[in-house]
Write a new protein. Structure first.
Length: 131
């Protein structure tokens, strides 16, 4: 969910590019989200930077194996959005994402780990609003 040039093109392009790492159901939800944001004018001229929060490096404690080839991954991320035309920051938040990752039968050339993001285990939660 990182749009380096323009959300209108980058978001959909990345859904396609990373689809081997997404379950079909989660990919469909991302496409729906893309279409909703596009229709609401939230992607035009928008850059998004998604990165790990400072001080929240990976720890094995951030991953819980829940059985049957399923893991829950806890991520603390910083999401910054700005207008491309004037570099004005319109959103800067710290977020808590809880992802569900599953063992996934897919071509090993496209996804050598055989794991895919199946969606959010919990709704994303805002930790702190900066802007």
């Amino acid at each position: 969910n990182h749009w380096s040039n323009d959300g209108m093109q980058d978001y959909k392009k990345q859904i396609t590019q990373f689809s081997p790492y997404l379950t079909p159901e989660f990919k469909l939800k991302l496409v729906e989200n893309y279409n909703n944001q596009l229709n609401q004018g939230e992607l035009q001229d928008r850059i998004r930077i998604l990165q790990g929060m400072a001080g929240s490096e990976y720890s094995p404690d951030d991953v819980d194996y829940v059985g049957h080839g399923t893991w829950i991954v806890h991520l603390k991320m910083r999401l910054t959005e700005m207008m491309n035309s004037n570099a004005k920051v319109v959103k800067d938040v710290q977020m808590y994402y809880t992802l569900k990752v599953v063992r996934y039968n897919v071509d090993a050339k496209q996804n050598p780990w055989g794991l895919a993001i199946a969606g959010f285990a919990k709704s994303p939660a805002r930790i702190k609003t900066i802007v």
